[in-house]
Design a protein around this ligand. Structure first.
Ligand code: GLA
Length: 376
């Protein structure tokens, strides 16, 4: 299935780990529909690892854990669909999933059929316990083909963490998104590290197969499976803005049943969502302010001719960042300039002659959606 803009939804792993069950999935589906998240584009509800029994059945099929999912997975899919959402599940290219449940190795086609029979719409496919002999590209090719032949449109979400030079072969497999990096944790250092890693990887982003920077930690506040220290709301704002500018899939990872207004405001920021979901899907580019990794300026040209521009201060001190509009392709000497407002605050861009700038506290960003206008 081709999804032309980065997939959006919710995934159980970051908060719940193995503590998943039908009841909390149903409640989450209710909240996705009723809170407005679904209508903003968060359409996939994805159950991650730990949903099955530890053994396949006598026909070699995966079996949902009857204690966690007493009505089976088709019933879960039906409920999720009844809320106007799509249903996602998880498996692994190895013998076992990362948490030790059966993986799909040598069962790829039967598992794809099983997922199709449950009306699954999305498959996250992990890379733990994979064959030491078969290269990852063969394993992902297999599942890609199994999904294409299972009789149902199932979005393929590859999760090999960028291992084995994933960027070189992942687009062969039919994946719509690919985890470009290791796992996220709910800490500032993790956000900073994942942004920095995109410096080398963002050129591989592309229409229909997006660099997945991992599930969002916005709103986790140190709670849950990858909870750790948590971040401030300013840090979550930067995290969300970076994912949107870099065109990442947006999979919410907090417990949305307890989401605060601030968390919801970040996750539904209209300007940032318009940038993430821009139909043109142009590749972002990154300017390193002062040649320093701590001050990325991330830019993306949008479908209607607008320019999305983000100033990021990843350092622990205040910083003034600036960029000549000429570096963005906007020639001051031809009488062109950029105008617009900041995504979170609505303040106007600071533009003096041919230079655009932002004064940033530590761990903060400013992101603008700008129009090219004529100098007065
Ligand atoms: C890996 C993946 C995570 C999550 C866990 C589940 O670590 O990268 O996103 O799916 O496995 O065990």
């Amino acid at each position: 299935m081709i999804k032309l803009t980065p997939p959006m939804g919710w995934n159980s792993w970051n908060t719940f780990g193995e503590n998943i069950n039908e009841k909390m999935i149903f409640e989450t589906a209710d909240v996705m529909a009723e809170s407005g998240l679904r209508d903003k584009g968060y359409e996939y509800l994805v159950i991650d690892d730990c949903w099955s029994l530890r053994e396949r059945d006598e026909n070699g099929r995966l079996v949902p854990d009857p204690e966690k999912f007493p009505h089976g997975m088709k019933a879960v899919a039906d409920y999720v669909h009844s809320k106007g959402l799509k249903f996602g599940m998880y498996s692994c290219a190895g013998n076992m999933t990362c948490a030790g449940y059966p993986g799909s190795y040598e069962h790829e086609f039967v598992d794809a059929e099983t997922f199709a029979s449950w009306d699954v719409d999305f498959l996250k496919y992990d890379y733990c316990y994979h064959s030491p002999i078969l290269h990852g590209k063969y394993l992902y090719r297999r599942m890609g083909l199994a999904l294409e032949n299972c009789g149902r449109d199932i979005l393929f979400s590859a999760c090999s963490w960028g291992a084995d030079e994933t960027h070189e072969w992942i687009k062969e497999t039919g994946a719509s998104m690919w985890r470009s990096t290791g796992d996220i944790f709910d800490t500032w250092d993790s956000v900073k590290d994942l942004v920095a890693q995109q410096e080398k990887l963002h050129p591989y982003n592309g229409v229909g197969c997006f660099n997945d920077m991992d599930m969002l930690i916005v709103g986790m506040k140190g709670r849950g499976h990858v909870g750790l220290k948590g971040c401030t709301d300013e840090e979550y704002k930067l995290h969300f803005a970076a994912w949107c500018l870099l065109e990442s899939p947006l999979m919410i990872g907090c417990d949305i049943r307890e989401m605060t207004e601030e968390t919801k405001a970040i996750l539904t920021n209209p300007t940032l969502l318009s940038i993430d979901q821009d139909a043109r899907c142009n590749r972002p580019y990154i300017l390193k302010f002062g040649g320093n990794n701590d001050y990325p300026i991330i830019v993306r040209n949008l479908e209607n001719g607008d320019v999305a521009l983000g100033f990021f201060n990843l350092s622990d001190s205040p910083a003034n960042l600036w960029v000549p509009s000429d570096d963005l392709g906007v020639p001051f000497l031809q009488g062109k300039r950029l105008e617009g407002t900041e995504a979170y605050t609505g303040k106007r861009i600071n533009a003096v002659n041919a230079t655009l700038s932002a004064s940033l506290e530590p761990h903060t960003c400013e992101v603008y959606r700008l129009k090219i206008t004529e100098l007065p």
